[in-house]
Write a protein that binds this ligand. Structure first.
Ligand SMILES: *Cc1c(COP(=O)(O)O)cnc(C)c1O
Length: 464
């Protein structure tokens, strides 16, 4: 990177940091007007530096600000400075994580994180893992291992039987998508009913497994969620494990959203029994606040990772043992160094610091729920021990309210649904926030909703 670009980078970032304070929500450009309002075109002729910097700046300052204190949308937010520093350094170093020859100490950085997580959750000596491109890919990695473990010939012969996947009706959509991707097919996903809190009903799970076995199908994979995407509910891992062991199925725990509770003395009870699972994933870019993406997937027995993901390639693996050539246990060939940004954060604040972040997010959620419960204009739909706070205000339809807040650059927040109720899903996932920002969120929402109440309550008459 030349000096001029580096100084431009510093200038743009300093201005961005200021802009995030002055104007936390950017007025959005309507998608259909994007190419008219911004010059994104790519031309044959080069651009002089000044015009180039101007066009870069223009798009930067029109881009949604996810690190501001008014962004509560999709399961990430804020900016951990030490983590951003680590990620920027990773870009400069530009290693690829497949071999020790090319990544050197960065292999150790990733291995230390994996080992530490395995130890924390009580996995044994044989445990290992990898860092994937996100929670969906972590879940994919787990499902592939489970599929290949179910039948020794599968990696060569392919899927020859009807194999069945079990996951709760409120689990992440990647479970169904991955079932299609691994050649098992979406029709083979059994969506198990959840209780009033959004937890998978264990009795329903076992009933369905027995039914499928009786019909000659091959159940192979149970997914339990640690923090469902909408409600933030935690499935009962111990119960899921007992059933999975009894019927010889792989148990994966999808902790993409809230698996980071493993760092908290106070909240790790939510994943009781995690040591009994076969694999576990957690997104550091959600509750741990690293930049996107950083997803850890670990399994009890590294043989499974090797069995499903290693492939000989003499043009690639030319030095060092398999234990140090991480390409032997990952899906990708070239792979970005997503480990360093978590390592720099963890190194700087310690496990204690990560615990504080996690606890703080739960505390902010308590503050939000308390606010809602003390105000009769609100209806609360979510429960305690969750960083998702789901509510409606004065009966205003949530999709309309959220969209209007976004279009008017007031707040960025999303909506969700559970058991036929549609609501605002507010997430307290940004640890930079404090009580003031949480209360300010509600005050902004109320002021806006009251000012536009009539319009927001109007029944849609569009013929779509
Ligand atoms: C976010 C999420 C995922 C997907 O993770 P990505 O990194 O977005 O692919 C999977 N499962 C759960 C429960 C999630 O909340």
């Amino acid at each position: 990177m030349n000096k001029k670009d580096l100084s431009q980078f510093q200038e743009i970032v300093s201005q961005l940091l200021q802009a995030e304070k002055d104007e936390p929500v950017v007025k959005p450009i309507a998608a259909e007007k994007l190419f008219d309002q911004l010059d994104l075109s790519l031309e044959k002729a080069p651009l002089d530096d000044e015009s180039f910097y101007q066009s870069l700046k223009e798009i930067v300052f029109k881009t949604p600000r996810t690190a501001s204190n008014k962004f509560f949308n999709q399961l990430f937010g804020g900016r951990r400075s030490k983590s951003v520093l680590g990620d920027l350094v990773a870009v400069m170093l530009n290693n690829s994580m497949y071999t020790y020859k090319v990544a050197g100490p960065m292999v150790g950085v990733e291995k230390v994180i994996i080992k530490k997580v395995c130890n924390m959750i009580g996995y044994g000596e044989m445990a290992d893992g990898t860092i994937a491109t996100g929670g969906s890919m972590s879940n994919f990695t787990a499902m592939v291992m489970a599929r290949d473990a179910a039948n020794a010939n599968l990696t060569t012969a392919g899927v020859e039987q009807k194999m069945i996947v079990y996951t709760s009706a409120d689990s992440h959509y990647s479970i169904a998508k991955n079932t299609a991707l691994i050649g098992v097919g979406r029709d083979q996903v059994r969506f198990i009913k959840t209780d009033e809190y959004g937890k998978m009903i264990s009795e329903e799970l076992e009933k369905q497994i027995i039914k499928d076995k009786t019909e000659g199908l091959l159940p192979f994979f149970v997914n339990a969620t640690a923090g469902t995407t909408v409600m933030g509910a935690f499935d009962d891992i111990k119960a899921a494990s007992a059933i999975s062991k009894k019927h010889n199925l792989w148990l994966h725990v999808d902790g993409a959203y809230c698996g980071a509770v493993i760092f908290s003395e106070k909240y790790k009870f939510l994943v009781d029994g995690l040591e009994l699972s076969d694999s576990f994933s957690v997104n550091a870019h959600k509750m741990l606040g690293t930049p996107l993406t950083c997803s850890i997937i670990v399994c009890q027995n590294k043989e499974h990772l090797n069995h499903s993901f290693s492939n000989d390639a003499t043009y690639l693996y030319q030095t060092d043992g398999d234990d140090y050539n991480l390409g032997k246990t990952s899906f990708q060939c070239g792979r970005r160094n997503d480990a360093l940004k978590l390592w720099t954060l963890w190194k700087s604040v310690g496990s204690d610091g990560l615990e504080k972040m996690v606890d703080h997010q739960f505390k902010l959620a308590d503050i939000a729920r308390e606010y809602i419960q003390n105000n009769s204009d609100y209806t609360l739909y979510s429960y305690g021990d969750s960083v998702s706070v789901c509510f409606n205000y004065k009966g205003i339809p949530a999709p309309k309210l959220c969209t209007a807040l976004y279009q008017n650059a007031e707040l960025v927040v999303g909506f969700g649904s559970f058991n036929d109720h549609e609501f605002v899903r507010f997430v307290t996932i940004n640890p930079d926030n404090n009580k003031e920002e949480i209360i300010a969120f509600f005050n902004t929402l109320e002021a806006f909703a009251n000012k536009h109440f009539e319009e927001l309550m109007e029944v849609e008459t569009t013929n779509s």
